[in-house]
Design a protein around this ligand. Structure first.
Ligand code: NAD
Length: 367
């Protein structure tokens, strides 16, 4: 298969971690007989330095012409970088919002998986952590409260703020379809999270999700209220496979889910539109405090590349090969500096970013 990938290495540790993800992709392609072409483009702070804006039309065009986009992360030190003296619409993060909009990326997928080797990093009670967990939060990304009309005005002599939460049937349907499709690649269970005991938007959400479920009789569907879900995530996270939810609930729950894994450097993400196209990036930021030191953990980006193979190219075996290689490296006792606290120091070996890339590349085999 020919894979046409646009890369946005970005700022800070972005170029270091994307370089390792490319090496892993190249090894996977050579083992499984695929051909990859890459085009690197700028976005974020490096684009401000080169072109005066965080996102250029050239970058949007390069992303649109690719099968998928692999991103590092963008942004700098928000207290000291001159990028943050610019008005908000010209700062690095505006590039990210701009490209998500230009590519119509409405579905955000964030897996939260507790590696047995990193259990010590999990802040939950032993009985919850010992079972492990492997879930994926599917968050609607372009509708709801963050995109509704908002205003603040004086009513009856006092300032009154209004935010509107709007969902159209079509917006709910397309994300529900994504959730059921993704569940078919996993343990075939969807828990849809809403606040249907209070909100009209949630009642419509529940109705449309129930309709979509009829086309997926092989996938089980449950509904859960968001307040209960927030509790269940820390009480018994093993019960979740795919968690489907709207924009603001997903924003909060996906951070809660990533927190209980305890390892920010391990968490990939994907943002998809209604084709097979997607933008894949680690969940963490550009870590300017450790940029250029060859100590960043490249695994979140490498796992994002695995998600790209699974969701944009339907190459499940190849994605499994990358995920297995990561698992083996951890089993073999190698850790980047951010993971050292979750292991007994005398049982593991600390490695840098490039060495971690080497170790994963070595372990990619034809399964
Ligand atoms: P951050 O995620 O970059 O860093 C938080 C802490 O985690 C730091 O101590 C950092 O060293 C560490 N860390 C993060 N990723 C790591 C990795 N792969 N390996 C080892 N350690 C890692 O968050 P921040 O410091 O709040 O933000 C820094 C910049 O990143 C800001 O400009 C912010 O706006 C931006 N940001 C970008 C994205 C994105 O591109 N999607 C997301 C979040 C933050």
């Amino acid at each position: 298969m020919k894979l046409n990938i646009t890369c946005i290495p970005g700022d800070g540790i972005g170029p270091e971690i994307v370089a390792q993800a490319k090496r892993v992709l190249d090894k996977t392609a050579s083992v499984y007989g695929h051909e990859i072409t890459y085009k690197d483009v700028l976005m974020g702070g490096c684009s401000i330095d080169a072109y005066g804006v965080p996102l250029t039309q050239e970058t949007i065009d390069a992303a649109k012409s690719a099968d998928a986009v692999l991103m590092g992360s963008i942004g700098g030190n928000t207290s000291t970088s001159p990028w943050y003296k610019l008005e908000p619409s010209k700062r690095p993060e505006a590039g990210l919002l701009g490209i998500r909009k230009a590519l119509n990326l409405f579905a955000n997928l964030r897996p939260a998986y507790l590696y047995p080797q990193l259990k010590k990093a999990c802040p939950l009670k032993e009985e919850a952590a010992s079972k492990g967990f492997d879930m994926l939060i599917m968050r609607e990304l372009t509708g709801g409260l963050y995109f509704g009309d908002r205003f603040t005005k004086e009513i009856d002599g006092e300032l009154t703020a209004t935010d509107t939460l709007v969902y159209k049937e079509s917006e709910i349907r397309r994300i529900a379809i994504k959730a059921f499709e993704v569940a078919r690649k996993r343990r075939k269970s969807v828990i849809s999270v809403d606040k249907a005991n209070v909100l009209d938007s949630s009642r419509l959400w529940r109705q449309v999700v129930n309709e979509v479920a009829k086309d997926y009789p092989d996938v089980t569907l449950e509904h859960m209220l968001v307040d209960n879900c927030a509790m269940q995530l820390v009480r018994d996270p093993a019960q979740f496979d795919v968690v489907l939810t709207e924009n603001m609930f997903g924003d909060i729950l996906s951070d809660e889910a990533s927190m209980i894994t305890g390892s920010i450097g391990m968490l990939p993400s994907a943002s998809l539109n209604d084709t097979s196209f997607g933008l894949y990036e680690p969940s963490h930021g550009s870590a300017p405090d450790i940029a250029g030191k060859d100590i960043a953990n490249p695994i979140a980006t490498i796992l994002s590349a695995a998600m790209m193979l699974r969701y944009s190219f339907n190459l499940d075996k190849e994605a499994d090969a990358i995920e297995n290689a990561v698992q083996k490296v951890l089993e073999d006792g190698y850790r980047t500096v951010d993971l050292m606290g979750s292991s007994n120091k005398d049982e593991v070996t600390q490695v840098g970013c490039k060495a971690m890339g080497d170790l994963i590349v070595e372990r990619i085999t034809n399964l």
